[in-house]
Design a protein around this ligand. Structure first.
Ligand code: C2E
Ligand code: MG
Ligand code: MG
Ligand code: MG
Length: 279
């Protein structure tokens, strides 16, 4: 692990570390430029209600169209943005863009649905509730249409503080989902204390359905536990009919994945409303 002090002190040890630092520095300045040059954009992936078979919400996913490197997926830069302290600026851009888009859909007269954005651990500061409130007011979006997806791992540091910030956010009327559930340090004792509305079963478990009996058992257990805690369950990364059948049978509430739709441009979303996604 390379610390900033080492970068400042030019403590280069070998070729690998050099490459790592060069990449990191490249991305840091490139992210700053991207924010100014409007190189970021959002795609939206539908979440389908398993009972109504219709779109109930969308997840906004960040995309970066770099002038020389082309399309860079979030896995290629979110980590650097987190390490370099730029993630708050990036996610503020996402918050603003998603609210702006929600307003555009409203103007088109389509019936509204929830829009979820992803947040990093580093976004969970005392400033977050006011930031969210300001974005909702700026775009005149009712808080009920905004959802925040938070990964489990972030919740383990400074838990009391995080719970207090979560409560303030929920107090605004925004809902919270626990993303990638099952991959972090499952804090089952904290789970009941987080003011969340839903759990998203991580794709790594969904992938093994229906052949891997352990993944099936884990998915079933998550669904049962979530329902006991009065939480909704979303399965992410659903790609096959067999996975859908299993999850439907197990009582999962919502489905997200390539089986129904890849992340798409905002303009495509209105075409996906009011149509059943499966028979
Ligand atoms: P995530 O929040 O768990 O998002 C789901 C990821 O799974 C997305 O990848 C999505 O495109 C992909 N996916 C959805 N359905 C399927 C499927 O059926 N099969 C497969 N193979 N993949 C599927 P993406 O867009 O590359 O994003 C990766 C991660 O980057 C996200 O995972 C999230 O943790 C992070 N991320 C994305 N946008 C943002 C953002 O605006 N801010 C922050 N902080 N993180 C973001
Ligand atoms: Mg997510
Ligand atoms: Mg996820
Ligand atoms: Mg995931």
């Amino acid at each position: 692990k390379i610390g900033d002090s080492q970068i400042g002190g030019f403590a280069f040890y070998d070729q690998d570390i050099n490459v790592h630092i060069a990449e990191k520095l490249f991305f840091e300045s490139a992210i700053r430029k991207a924010l100014l040059a409007e190189e970021f954009f959002l795609q939206y992936q539908p979440k389908i209600d398993i009972r109504t078979k219709r779109l109930v919400s969308v997840e906004a996913l960040l995309r970066w169209n770099h002038p020389e490197r082309g399309l860079i997926p979030p896995a290629g830069f979110i980590g650097v943005a987190e390490e370099s302290g730029l993630i708050q600026q990036v996610d503020s851009w996402v918050l603003d863009a998603a609210c702006k888009q929600a307003k555009q859909w409203q103007w088109q007269g389509v019936p509204m649905f929830k829009v979820a954005i992803n947040l990093s651990a580093k976004d969970f500061t005392e400033a977050l509730p006011a930031k969210i409130d300001a974005a909702l007011k700026k775009h005149q979006i009712s808080a009920q249409w905004l959802e925040l997806e938070i990964t489990e791992s972030m919740l383990m540091q400074n838990v009391e503080n995080v719970i207090s910030i979560m409560k303030q956010v929920v107090g605004l009327g925004v809902s919270l989902a626990l993303d990638d559930f099952g991959t972090g340090y499952s804090s089952l004792s904290y789970l009941k204390r987080f003011p969340i509305s839903s759990l998203k079963i991580d794709r790594s478990f969904v992938q093994g359905i229906p052949d891997d009996s352990n993944d099936c058992a884990i998915a079933r257990a998550i669904i049962m536990m979530a329902h006991q805690l009065k939480l909704k369950v979303v399965a992410e990364g659903v790609e096959t009919q067999e996975q859908l059948d299993f999850l439907q049978n197990a009582g999962c509430n919502e489905i997200q994945g390539y089986l129904f739709s890849r992340p798409v441009e905002a303009t495509e979303i209105p075409n996906l409303l009011n149509k059943p996604f499966f028979a």
